[in-house]
Design a protein. Structure first.
Length: 162
């Protein structure tokens, strides 16, 4: 089955790929777009629910990046953030030699819905260990994405944007 002929493929092309390429057509430099995508993805998987939009906004302001491009990638990283949430927690427990906390995403969401402040208090240290693991993995992931996408965006950019 061809990626482009599936409804999922068409969705990603229409909702992610085309807007990213449009940023290049509108004059965004390939290097700036690669950095926006790399930071949007890396910050988008930060293991603290609800914090990624603020982190991406801060990064866009700090590095003078295109806000819509970084937030677009952040939005698309949300399923990956959810998928990596438990692995970050488990790696944090392993790194800090802590006993595993019995959690799954359903339990986490139920805790947050029932008593958000209580859930935050009880999960604080568990989450902080996950943040440490993320902070160890984020720089190489960000660099790998940036240096992988830079030549792709340079090749796809209109001649005037290079």
């Amino acid at each position: 089955m061809d990626w482009n002929t599936t409804s999922v493929g068409r969705f990603f092309e229409r909702s992610l790929v085309t807007p990213l390429l449009n940023f290049l057509k509108q004059g965004l430099s390939p290097d700036a777009l690669a950095l926006s995508v790399a930071l949007g993805l890396t910050l988008g998987i930060f293991p603290m629910l609800g914090a990624t939009t603020l982190l991406c906004t801060a990064a866009a302001l700090l590095f003078r990046l295109n806000m819509p491009s970084i937030q677009l990638v952040n939005y698309f990283a949300y399923p990956l953030q959810l998928a990596l949430f438990i692995p970050f927690i488990r790696l944090g427990e392993l790194l800090f030699q802590q006993p595993p906390v019995p959690l799954d995403l359903v339990q986490i969401f139920a805790m947050l819905q029932d008593d958000m402040l209580g859930a935050i208090r009880s999960l604080w240290w568990t989450n902080m260990r996950a943040v440490v693991v993320w902070s160890l993995t984020a720089p190489p992931v960000c660099a790998a994405v940036y240096y992988s996408l830079r030549p792709v965006f340079r090749r796809l950019a209109p001649a005037s944007a290079e």
